[in-house]
Write a protein that binds this ligand. Sequence first.
Ligand SMILES: Cc1cc2nc3c(=O)[nH]c(=O)nc-3n(C[C@H](O)[C@H](O)[C@H](O)COP(=O)(O)OP(=O)(O)OC[C@H]3O[C@@H](n4cnc5c(N)ncnc54)[C@H](O)[C@@H]3O)c2cc1C
Length: 304
Amino acid sequence: MLARAVLLRLSNSPVAERFVRRSRASAGLVRRFIAGETLDSACAVVRDLNAAGMSATLDYLGENVTNPAEARASVETCLRTQNAIRERGLNANVSVKLTQLGLDIDTDLATENLRAVVENGERLGQFVRIDMESSAHTERTLAVHRSLWQSHRNVGIVLQSYLYRTDADLEAAIAQGIRVRLVKGAYDEPASVAHRKKTDVDAAFLRQAKRLLDAGDYPAIATHDERLIRGCQEHAVSIGLSLASYEFQMLYGIRRDLQTALCGLGHPVRIYTPYGEKWYGYMMRRLAERPANLWFIVKNLFRR
Ligand SMILES: Cc1cc2nc3c(=O)[nH]c(=O)nc-3n(C[C@H](O)[C@H](O)[C@H](O)COP(=O)(O)OP(=O)(O)OC[C@H]3O[C@@H](n4cnc5c(N)ncnc54)[C@H](O)[C@@H]3O)c2cc1C
């Protein structure tokens, strides 16, 4: 728990970022979790995933952008990514973070930037997923989604089981037919807004996943937790849900064995595939989820 909190704190530290970026020891971990720094390298990874029977959602890395020009540049890269998916015939879509599109600068700016991505997706027949960030952004993220949802149906949200508010957000999403990706939640949240104990988060996740399977529109169950995955499979069978009515989602580089096994059973499996130069925050959250990953770095420190 302490290691998780420290790593999540470091994920926002520019000093730690400079250190990690300079360290050759972290290179192995970056390779494991990130599909390269360029669009070409990411597309090559997606091609391999598609060949193995899995779809992907491409995430151009970046968050907490502080000026409109940078936010606009992120939009351009998202559009290029969507266009590349179409031109190269890939089975993929994009996931975006609203702070990368300017949410911390101005909500209207982020809405208009997202609109460009959603409308391009609509032209190309592609879905767009809005990732969920820290609880400081939850309300505004859902508000931006709401304003686009009035006129666009190819845009969905992510809800985090660790937040107390999620049961209510889930019901609102189900009532409107909004597509939800359910995750446990990856940020360091206080006990005033989020469950802190793993058992509580897991119980909320299973309850909410079952509710989505019962009543949601093509739910995305995003976890590597085998026990929860089994719980969802059993529930889907018990209510007679076809495999094609929902999908499992996992992160690139994590539990590849499980990804392959689920795909082999006929489940739609989508792999969240991040790429780009701004990998630091993303990689630190992956370390925080499993501090044992630090051994990867420690081992490489002593490797010549
Ligand atoms: C497709 C996808 C999209 C996501 N989008 C968001 C989002 O928008 N917002 C958000 O807050 N969070 C997001 N997350 C992250 C999520 O909130 C969790 O932090 C993450 O999935 C780890 O939780 P878990 O469900 O795998 O369960 P855990 O209990 O953390 O892990 C279960 C098992 O999975 C394996 N595992 C999990 N994480 C790692 C790791 N980093 N390295 C190695 N093994 C690991 C281990 O075997 C572990 O025992 C996303 C996750 C996925 C899969």
